[in-house]
Ligand binder design. Sequence first.
Ligand SMILES: Cc1cc2nc3c(=O)[nH]c(=O)nc-3n(C[C@H](O)[C@H](O)[C@H](O)COP(=O)(O)OP(=O)(O)OC[C@H]3O[C@@H](n4cnc5c(N)ncnc54)[C@H](O)[C@@H]3O)c2cc1C
Length: 314
Amino acid sequence: MSKKILIIGSGIAGISSSLKLKSFGLESTIIDKGNFIGGRVGTRNIESKDNSNYFFHGAQFFTAKSDNFKKVIQNGINKGYIKEYGSFSPPRYRGFKSMRDFLINLSQNLSITQNVKVTNLKPHNEKISVLDDRSNIWETYDAVISTLPAPQNLDLMKKFPILKKTLKTSSYDACISLMFFFDKKPKNIPYFFDYYNQQGILNWMAAGSNLRFWTAHTKGDFSNKNINKDKILLKDKIFQEIEKTIYQLEPTIKINFHSLHIWKYAKVTNVCSGPQIDTKFPVVVAGDFMEGANIESAFSSGEKAAELIFERLH
Ligand SMILES: Cc1cc2nc3c(=O)[nH]c(=O)nc-3n(C[C@H](O)[C@H](O)[C@H](O)COP(=O)(O)OP(=O)(O)OC[C@H]3O[C@@H](n4cnc5c(N)ncnc54)[C@H](O)[C@@H]3O)c2cc1C
């Protein structure tokens, strides 16, 4: 069965949709507006000779509950692009050398184009027409899976009232990520700080690919209130918090600011309720907002979307 299927978004949900479709014998094309694959599984690198200095400014690690995702992880461990992160119970994992490597390896045999933004979708006979900002021409597909965060997805689904209704039921917290680095490898600083149950503006602070390159994440309430504030003021406020922790442990180390990244839709606080597939047209939404605020849930939602499309096209 030869079908033309589009997946919008090269985050984990888009990739798992495309892989699942492939397992059914269906090829698909992924397009994404960002420079890099991965979406909120974000990696930023600093040029170095051995190319091993990375900040992880989005997701920090992933876990697996289902046997299915455990298999994906075990395969990545066997092939060397996933490593266990620390010694937690249940175990946590990271892509190796970077978080992005997880998705690059997972999607090796998929067709992915970055730097193309989908700007509109509409029903066309029994199919879906799609407009993007590169071609500026309406292109028609047999089916579309859209994996943008729910509020952005809502903008695209204006002509699909059933999906609009589903998408409206989710909510998100923002997150401000501050990337920083030390002048040398620290001696007395552990590889992460967990502030989840503590007062203050930070949620989590962790080393990236090595102990010199770090990301600090702010808590949801602070992030929601401050995402539109002046970036210099924000940087100073977050930096003060980082310094408090670091200088207590290693007073002579130098902390350098690298950059700030604002995630407007970072963490799902309410998952959607309602249908994932349109009742009439072959269009499906998928992502963490359908199942839970983490990588495994986004993966699982992408697979579900592929199953729904497969059933519909039959
Ligand atoms: C700061 C932060 C920390 C996190 N920490 C963890 C963690 O430690 N562990 C964990 O499991 N999860 C964590 N998460 C959550 C996890 O990253 C997400 O649940 C997961 O990555 C969502 O994947 P997704 O494919 O659903 O969406 P996304 O990764 O958001 O993918 C959507 C893609 O759509 C693209 N896109 C958007 N609009 C368009 C358009 N119009 N046209 C084309 N493409 C478009 C985007 O560029 C993006 O690549 C964290 C998230 C953040 C932001």
